[in-house]
Design a protein around this ligand. Structure first.
Ligand SMILES: Nc1ncnc2c1ncn2[C@@H]1O[C@H](COP(=O)(O)OP(=O)(O)OP(=O)(O)O)[C@@H](O)[C@H]1O
Length: 258
């Protein structure tokens, strides 16, 4: 399945976010003049050092943070609030999942709020609980799950809500290395199966290269912007030992060495 041309395209032009500095009333730009177009169905990675403004940009796309200037559009409509077309997967699943609800109830929560009939909710949650590999854990509560399993629940929930755009803010940052690797592979499989647009924030070059079709490099803040975009046409699943992977790795690494 492929999306009609331009569907769910995100267009960002001259985007700015400022906070007033506590002294002198000086304007302090967190991000300044960000230009970016992300096509529907694309897997885009935002890569940059800690504090450069990746989460700020992602939260602006989510509609959680207002812009200070420029344009930010999805499907040619200006983003000024959260919308059903966009869903966030957070690094800390604990603050996003309801502890008093089971895996299935968490996954079905948005559907229940949208008054989707019970039998239909069941069919949808079955599909996504299975897709994220939680088939035998659907009756468990979040406290009974590992970190990786909780991230799977978050993923299943946003997939069940059928948002076209998944915004992922270092979702695997708190996981151990082995679980992280498994989740990266599973995310690629899910993206390939569901054709969602994914914007994935990380400061890990290897993770960026394992996942993204394009990787946008954000400069050190303040006044951070996207300085370079790398195309990564390597086929999935990507091999971290391949020379092509390592050539790209070195190119990207050189941005952060000065
Ligand atoms: N409400 C706020 N008021 C003032 N400054 C803020 C506010 N929120 C964020 N900032 C500043 O904006 C900058 C960018 O923060 P942001 O969390 O977007 O960076 P990041 O690249 O996601 O960092 P990390 O990788 O460490 O999560 C930081 O310098 C931060 O201190």
């Amino acid at each position: 399945m492929s999306l009609p041309a331009d569907q769910h395209t995100i267009r960002i032009e001259q985007l700015r976010k400022t906070y007033n500095a506590p002294t002198h009333g000086d304007v302090h730009y967190i991000i300044k003049d960000v230009d970016l177009v992300i096509k529907g169905g694309e897997f885009f990675v935002l890569l940059g050092p800690s504090g450069c403004g990746k989460s700020t940009l992602l939260n602006m796309i989510a509609g959680f943070i207002s812009k200070s200037g420029g344009q930010l559009k999805v499907d040619n409509k200006e983003i000024d609030r959260p919308g059903k077309d966009r869903a966030m997967v957070f690094q800390q699943a604990d603050s996003s999942l309801f502890p008093w609800l089971t895996v299935r109830e968490n996954v079905e929560f948005g559907l229940r709020m949208a008054k989707v009939p019970k039998s239909q909710r069941r069919t949808i949650s079955d599909r996504y609980i299975e897709l994220v590999g939680l088939g035998s854990h659907e009756a468990k509560f979040p406290k009974e799950l590992s970190g990786g399993m909780k991230q799977r629940v978050q993923l299943a929930r946003v997939l069940a809500n059928d948002s076209a755009i998944l915004l992922m803010d270092e979702p695997f940052g708190a996981l151990d290395a082995m679980t992280r690797r498994t989740m990266q592979k599973e995310l690629v499989n899910i993206w390939q199966e569901t054709h969602k647009t994914v914007i994935f924030v990380t400061h890990d070059i290897q993770e960026a290269l394992l996942l993204g079709q394009r990787i946008g490099i954000m400069s050190v803040g303040p006044s951070s912007k996207i300085t370079d975009i790398y195309d990564n046409a390597l086929s999935y699943p990507r091999n971290i030992a391949s020379s092509e992977f390592n050539i790209l790795y070195d190119q990207i690494q050189s941005h952060f060495e000065e």
